[in-house]
Ligand binder design. Sequence first.
Ligand code: PLP
Length: 428
Amino acid sequence: MVYQRSSQLFVDAEKVIPGGVNSPVRAFKAVGGTPIFVKSAKGAYLYDEDGNKLIDYINSWGPMILGHAYQPVVDAVIEKAKLGTSFGMPTEIETQIAALAVSMVPNIDKIRFVNSGTEACMSAVRLARGFTKKDKIIKFAGCYHGHSDSFLIQAGSGAITFGSPNSPGVTAGTAKDTLLARYNDLENVTTLIKANKNEIAAIIVEPVAGNMGCIPPNKGFLEGLRQLCTDNNILLIFDEVMTGFRLAKGGVQELFNIKADIVCFGKVIGGGLPVGAFAARKEIMNYLAPLGPVYQAGTLSGNPLAMAAGLTMLQALDNEPSIFKRLEEKTAYLAAGIDKVLKANNVVFTINRIGSMVSVHFAAEPVVDFQSAAKGDNETFKKFFHGLLSEGIYIAPSAYETWFITDALSYEDLDLTIQAVDKVSKTF
Ligand SMILES: *Cc1c(COP(=O)(O)O)cnc(C)c1O
């Protein structure tokens, strides 16, 4: 395939946008080469600026669960836009999507809409701190909760009592309130809680991790976190920005029957427009301004176009719950097919999958946390990525990402993908 126009557009972009992109992972740094510029997309396919057609396994990093340019969402946005695009005043559609979300997700009474997953997680932590009157939080290495300061943290020299910044610009003062634990390691969490008795406001976790590849929780891990939180007056925050409205109507809380105290959303809930949200039972949500003392706000929060897209998306998922089963079946089919051809070609690999999330790791050992994910062979991944791309298949340009399966993918698309994996892996 030719990427002449994309390459030129990237050169132009680099002059006026840092690194040519508005979000770093788009820049292909982890795999080499230059990013592909998209012109349009429909259903399961991307069409780039050079006229190439690609089968898409990123799907805007999750939101397009029903495929690109899903007609009801497009129509809803167009109709809404005709009525004005932003008012900074309440609109009825905000209540409609809130009521629908509250009916679909267990254990939440109220929900507040923001503009991104980052904002949702940042606000959830502030709310948890205000509500519990404690300062520290625990997060897990390899879990991503957006780019706000409290989350850009690595284990510090005193890892048991404080974290340290992993980006310049994050202050040591902020970092000292974030503790880092190992995913799927309850003992580690217990140790941190003991060493910081009565100081921890919240544990924030991706209940199914999706930002170090797809890593499902070990049996008992989420149950254990729930118990530790209950026993120590800590709020359990499920960051379901990726998993919410994807793994089930009610997300991971429903899937594993575990109750979180605060839940964060993003991605699918916006139907492809910039939306995030956080939700909880009323005692907690009533702590937010203007009812309560914890401040949180947004000029474009609850934007009518975004709400129209989100509402239409949630309605589609609510009206046809069989979508989740169908997505799971397609994903299982794809994973089984890839498993078969990689084995036949003697590749060292591990596939993780749950529902419509799947990731291929070029690692021999089970991938259960950040450390094991990092053992994957990145050179093989680069060959895999570029090989698939030349076959017209677009996966995330980083070994630490999940593939997102959409309902728009046909079994023919999946077969083409499996054949491409077979062809590419023969060249490893
Ligand atoms: C994508 C993501 C975020 C951040 O959402 P943005 O909309 O990119 O700010 C937070 N948490 C998880 C689990 C995510 O996957």
